[in-house]
Design a protein around this ligand. Structure first.
Ligand code: UT7
Length: 345
C-alpha cells in the first residue's frame, strides 16, 4: 500500500467548513485521512503501490503479463490509468485493463484477475486500486496549506462556504493506493481465491454519481458545470447507507451458503470502508464478533478503489491473516455494484 504523506485531521477540516471532530467521528468513525497534493495523481500513487507489491512478491515489473487498474479518479478523462501505470513501470508489451467500478473496483479487479488466470489467458496479474479524491475539491493552494496544518489562514469566506456546502462528502474521502500481485497457485492445498459473487443494480446509478463531465452533456465540460459544482460527486448518503447495510450482508451470506458455510466460518471479513457505522451494521447483521472484522477507516477515510488492499495489507501486518484462514471481502460502490469474495489465505 501507499498513502500520500499529507495528513488532514478533522480539526483542520473544521477550519474550512462548518463541521466538528465530534460530528465526523460519531457519524463516520473517521479521525483523519491522507490527501494527495498536486502531482500525486491516482496513477502516481498507484505506481508506488505497484512497486511495493512487486517488491513484496520478489518480482520485477516484466514478470507480470496483465495490468488491471481500478479507479474513479483517473489522471485523465481518457486514456485510463492502465497505460500510464505500464509506462511508469517501464513495461511495454503487457496488456492493461481499466476498471470503472468505484468502491467495488478492487473487488471487481480481483474477479477479473481470477478469471484471466483460471482461463489461462494470464499467468500473473498486477492489480492496482488508487484514488486522488483531492482533485475533486476546489481548494486553492492556500486552502490546502490550512488543511495540511501548514498555515492557519487567513480563511477565505468563499472557501468556508464551499466547504460547508460539500461537507457531507468532504469529510469522508481520503486518498491512497494498494496493489496485489496474483498468480496461479499450483499446490493442491486449497489456498487461494475460492469464490466470487458480483451484482449490479443500475436503478440506483444516480444515488452516487458526478452530474457534470461526460457525453450526457453537450459539450461534455462547460464553464457552467464548474460554477454550479456539477463536477463534485453527488452522494445520497442515507440511501447509500441503506443499500450498503442490506446488500453487503446478504451477498456475504449467499456466497458462504453456496459453499455450505455460515458467517461463523469466516476468520475475518474485510469490508469496504465508507463509513464505520455501515460496517458495524453489517457486522451486527451477520452476527460477527469483533475478532472477525478489521477496520482502518479511522486513519484513511473512504479511499474508494484503494480501500480493500489497504485494509488487507494492514490486517496482514497486524497478524490477523494467517495461512489457512478464511478471509471474506465485500464492497458496494456507485453503479451500484457490489459483491463478495472468499480467500483461503
Ligand atoms: O463509498 C461510496 C460513498 N459512500 C457513502 O456515501 C457512504 C458513506 N456516507 C455516509 O454514510 C453519509 O453520506 C454521511 C454520514 C457522510 C453523511 O450523512 P448524511 O446523513 O447522508 O448527511 P446529509 O447530507 O443527509 O445531512 C444530514 C444532516 C444535515 O443537517 P440537517 O439538515 O439535518 O440539519 C447536514 O447539514 O447532517 C448535516 N451534515 C453535517 N454536519 C456537520 C452533513 N455533513 C456534515 C458534516 N458536519 N460534515
Amino acid at each position: 500500500m501507499f498513502v500520500p504523506e499529507g495528513r488532514v485531521t478533522n480539526e483542520r477540516l473544521s477550519l474550512l467548513m462548518d463541521t466538528t471532530d465530534e460530528w465526523i467521528r460519531q457519524r463516520t468513525g473517521i479521525a483523519e485521512r491522507r490527501l494527495a497534493r498536486r502531482g500525486q495523481s491516482s496513477s502516481v500513487l498507484g505506481a508506488e503501490a505497484a512497486r511495493r507489491a512487486l517488491a513484496d512478491a520478489g518480482l520485477e515489473p516484466g514478470d507480470v503479463d496483465l495490468l488491471v487498474f481500478a479507479t474513479m479518479t483517473p489522471d485523465h478523462y481518457f486514456p485510463g490509468n492502465g497505460g500510464l501505470l505500464a509506462h511508469a513501470l517501464g513495461i511495454s508489451g503487457t496488456h492493461a485493463i481499466d476498471l470503472r467500478m468505484q468502491c467495488a473496483g478492487f473487488l471487481s479487479g480481483l474477479h477479473v484477475a481470477d478469471a484471466f488466470i483460471r482461463s489461462g489467458s494470464a499467468r500473473r496479474v498486477l492489480l492496482v486500486g488508487a484514488e486522488c479524491h483531492a482533485s475533486l475539491f476546489s481548494w486553492t493552494d492556500e486552502d490546502w496549506a490550512v488543511l495540511f496544518g501548514e498555515s492557519d489562514g487567513p480563511i477565505r469566506p468563499e472557501a468556508l462556504a464551499w466547504g460547508t456546502q460539500h461537507r457531507d462528502r468532504a469529510v469522508i474521502f481520503g486518498d491512497g493506493a494498494g496493489a496485489f500481485v496474483l498468480e496461479a497457485h499450483a499446490a493442491d492445498d486449497g489456498r487461494g481465491f475460492e469464490a466470487f459473487l458480483m451484482r449490479t443494480d443500475g436503478r440506483h446509478w444516480d444515488k452516487l454519481y458526478v452530474p457534470g463531465g461526460g457525453s450526457a452533456s453537450f459539450p461534455y465540460f462547460s464553464p457552467a458545470m464548474f460554477a454550479d459544482n456539477l463536477t463534485v460527486p453527488v452522494v445520497e448518503g442515507r440511501q447509500v447507507y441503506r443499500l450498503a447495510t442490506t446488500a453487503m450482508p446478504e451477498i456475504v451470506r449467499e456466497i458462504l451458503s453456496q459453499r455450505g458455510l455460515t458467517p461463523s466460518d469466516l476468520t475475518l471479513l474485510l469490508m469496504h470502508q465508507a463509513n464505520l457505522r455501515i460496517n458495524e451494521a453489517v457486522q451486527k447483521s451477520l452476527g460477527l464478533s469483533d475478532a472477525q472484522v478489521f477496520h482502518n477507516i479511522q486513519k484513511y477515510g473512504n479511499t474508494t478503489a484503494a480501500t480493500l488492499p489497504l485494509v488487507f495489507h494492514e490486517a496482514r501486518e497486524a497478524g490477523r491473516i494467517r495461512p489457512g484462514d478464511l478471509v471474506g471481502f465485500t464492497a458496494l460502490g456507485a453503479g451500484v455494484h457490489w459483491g463478495a469474495a472468499l480467500l483461503r489465505a
